[in-house]
Design a protein around this ligand. Structure first.
Ligand SMILES: O=C(O)c1cc(C(=O)O)oc(=O)c1
Length: 296
């Protein structure tokens, strides 16, 4: 790999929607900076730097108070960039790590002290070389108290994921709703399968995230303003209001061909969560329960 890519908007607009006080952007990433935190030798994309200063400036610009920084696949299992960003946040960020399943108890404890509250299992073949379910279950069984597991998979493997998800001994958060085909609408096969998964355990949470991915023009979707996404996701948020969180997905890994305006992404919030009560749960209460429970 040679060329480094830019997948984020250089000057996102100010959203029309004002998030409630204390709002959490609960799915975002940092890339590098590479000179300090080199990318993994196994990275499937090589981005330009998108470090903590940029992330916190965006947080303030969009009207958010806190971030949950999810370890991006390009950093492999070295969480130094994520931990560095958390350390620079003045307590306004926590994170989700990607770990070698053989990680020691001491290293897990150190990640806890650094603000990590969960680990991510990524099943996307275009992002990772392998996803060993047996090893993942072993490490999920010995996480620090209060942690959860974040899982990223696509709708076509949801059925084969069911026994694995059922066996995870801590709460589970599903990235981007397991990437349903939102063009099918709220009652389409993908959403029905995802609802069945949510109904199988009351501690499966989800991120109502990524209109820019799930409704991308390049995927045959609507593109901004992502009307398929709004139509498919709004009933899901209404029906599961206590286990849904939200994030910008900045810096939008791999979206360099259809760069989204983060202000427009924020303006999706009142469409999928139309009442102040839902917005408070989506942006404050729910992410605080997962990431800052001691403050509730
Ligand atoms: O769909 C993706 O390309 C993607 C990649 C990553 C990552 O590289 O970690 O994270 C995401 O949330 C989404």
């Amino acid at each position: 790999m040679s060329d480094r890519i830019v997948s984020w908007h250089s000057a996102p607009s100010k959203p029309a929607f004002t998030p409630p006080a204390g709002a959490v952007d609960a799915h975002c990433h940092v890339f590098g900076p590479m000179a300090e935190f080199p990318f993994s030798a196994k990275a499937k994309y090589l981005p330009e730097d998108a470090g903590p200063d940029m992330l916190f400036a965006l947080r303030d610009h969009l009207g958010f108070s806190r971030n949950v920084i999810v370890q991006a696949s390009c950093h492999g299992t070295d969480n130094a960039a994520t931990v560095d960003a958390i350390a620079k946040s003045n307590g306004k960020a926590r994170g989700v790590a990607v770990v070698d399943p053989d990680i020691s108890a001491e290293d897990l404890a150190a990640l806890h002290d650094a603000g990590i509250r969960g680990i991510r299992f990524n099943f996307l073949k275009r992002l990772v070389d392998n996803a060993p379910k047996d090893k993942f279950l072993e490490v999920a069984a010995r996480l620090p108290e209060g942690w959860h597991v974040v899982i990223y998979f696509e709708a076509d493997i949801l059925e084969e994921m069911r026994p694995f998800i059922a066996a995870i001994p801590v709460p589970v958060v599903i990235d981007h709703m397991g990437r349903p085909d939102v063009r099918q609408g709220p009652d389409g096969a993908d959403m029905q399968a995802f609802r069945a998964l949510l109904d199988s355990r009351d501690d499966i949470w989800f991120k109502a995230t990524c209109p820019e991915r799930l409704d991308a023009k390049k995927e045959g979707g609507m593109g901004d303003p992502w009307d398929n996404f709004a139509a498919a996701v709004t009933p899901l948020v209404a029906d599961y209001p206590d286990r849904v969180i939200w994030g910008t997905d900045w810096p939008h890994p791999n979206m360099q061909d259809e760069i989204a305006d983060d202000g427009h992404i924020v303006d999706m919030i009142p469409r999928i969560a139309p009442t102040a009560e839902l917005q408070q749960k989506l942006l404050v209460t729910n992410p605080m329960r997962l990431y800052w429970p001691e403050e509730l």
